[in-house]
Structures are given as C-alpha cells and as structure tokens.
Design a binder for this molecule. Structure first.
Ligand code: DX5
Ligand code: ZN
Length: 227
C-alpha cells in the first residue's frame, strides 16, 4: 500500500481565521500543512512570513509544515523559518545563487530539504542534488496564485522523476503542487506523485472532510491499480 500524503495549502484558507482553518483541515484528514511564501519578486504576489508560521505553532499546530519558498534571494530567511517551526523547507533551484549552500543551510537548521520545479524548469537541477534532498515538488501551475488550472504535461515530468527515484531507491517524497482536485488526483498519483498539495479544491468547499475523503477514495483506486 502506497503511503500517500495530503498537504492542504493554507494559501487558499481564510487568512482572518488561519489557526482555526488549519486545525479544521488537519482534523478533516490533512497530513501535512503546505505553507506558501511569496515575495512579490520571484513571484508576483505577497503571502506569509516566519512570524505567521510562529503564530501557528504557538496556536497549537503540531503537524509537519512544509514551507514552500517562492522568494529570491533564498538563504537569508531559511534560519527564520526553521526557528519558527518549519519541518520541510523547499525552494526553487533557479532562485538560489548556490544550490548546495542553500541545501546546507536548510539541513544545518534541522529541516528536511526540497527542490521545487516550475512547469518549464528543467530536471537537470537534480543531477548533483538528488543525494541531498528529501522532497521534489513538481509545480503543475506557474507559482503565484491559488485556483489556477492544472498543466497537463506535468504528468510526464512526474513519471520521469518517479523513475529517477525508484531506479536508485532514494527515500524522497514526490510532491505535486497546483490545480489538484478530485478529478485529477488519481492521474497524478498513477504518474508517481505521493504527496498532493491542494489549495482551493479543499478550502473552496464547504465541507473539508467530504472533499478529503473523496480524494482518499480516488487514491485508493490508484493503490488497487498498483497491485
Ligand atoms: C501556487 C502555490 C500552491 C497553491 C495551490 O503558487 O505554490 O501551493 O496554493 O493552490 P491550488 O490547489 O488552488 O492550485
Ligand atoms: Zn506551494
């Protein structure tokens, strides 16, 4: 049985009630909280910073938190997010001046490290880094906003990365981020994803548990297809 993780993206939640929304989505079956950080420079939007992450921890959120950095420069804020309570920190390789240094900073601060790939970013960034990462996040939209449509050629990219991971038996999570919903989660899981970032498909629904259960049912079909 594949161990699939659902990662609700609180970028799509009601910011005025973030603690409550986060608690609610975890109680509804979310496994790991996806925390999108945007700087209005690397991406054309502004979102959340380390103080907000610290407040969520202080509020009582103990689940793992995956901080997705869409910022440039990258390194300076990593210690702040680690101190605030990040579990994973992911960044976009083309936003870093020196990828191995950025990975080292993440590890030195006790977090797991991820690399995020935009739809047109080449996978060659994995050539010399795959030994040092815990998560590969394949973007299925161009980062910046919730609620964008899924880009279909992500499927091929996921499959390529799944082969890379499995050929050498790496212990790396393969996440997919952007436009995931009940209708396509099975397809991305079949292509190899095992962590699903979901923003608007959960938070725009009045009953989080209902949509998460439907996603789990779809994932169960994928599991059956594997056996
Ligand atoms: C996009 C963010 C995503 C976003 C996903 O820039 O990185 O995590 O919140 O939201 P949906 O699921 O609505 O595409
Ligand atoms: Zn994200």
């Amino acid at each position: 049985m594949k161990n699939f993780l659902l990662a609700p993206s609180i970028l799509a939640a009601d910011f005025a009630r973030l603690g409550e929304e986060t608690t609610k989505v975890l109680a509804a079956g979310g496994n790991i909280i996806h925390f999108d950080v945007m700087d209005n420079h690397y991406v054309p939007n502004l979102s959340m910073g380390p103080m907000l992450l610290k407040s969520l921890r202080a509020y009582g959120i103990t689940a793992p938190i995956d901080v997705h950095l869409m910022i440039q420069p990258v390194d300076a804020l990593i210690p702040e997010f680690a101190k605030a309570g990040a579990s994973f920190i992911s960044f976009h390789p083309e936003a870093s001046n020196n990828i191995s240094r950025t990975l080292k900073v993440i590890k030195e601060h006790g977090c797991k490290a991820g690399l995020a790939f935009n739809p047109c970013t080449s996978l060659h960034y994995l050539d010399y880094t795959i030994n040092s990462i815990d998560l590969i996040l394949i973007m299925s939209v161009n980062p910046g906003f919730c609620g964008q449509p899924f880009i279909p050629n992500t499927i091929d990219k996921l499959f390529q990365v799944r082969c890379l991971i499995d050929n050498k038996g790496y212990n790396i999570r393969l996440g997919v981020d952007g436009g995931i919903n009940i209708n396509n989660i099975n397809q991305v899981a079949t292509a190899g994803a095992d962590m699903f970032v979901v923003g608007s498909a959960i938070f725009n629904h009045r009953n989080y548990e209902e949509v998460i259960n439907k996603m789990r049912l779809e994932l169960k079909k994928t599991n059956n297809a594997f056996h």
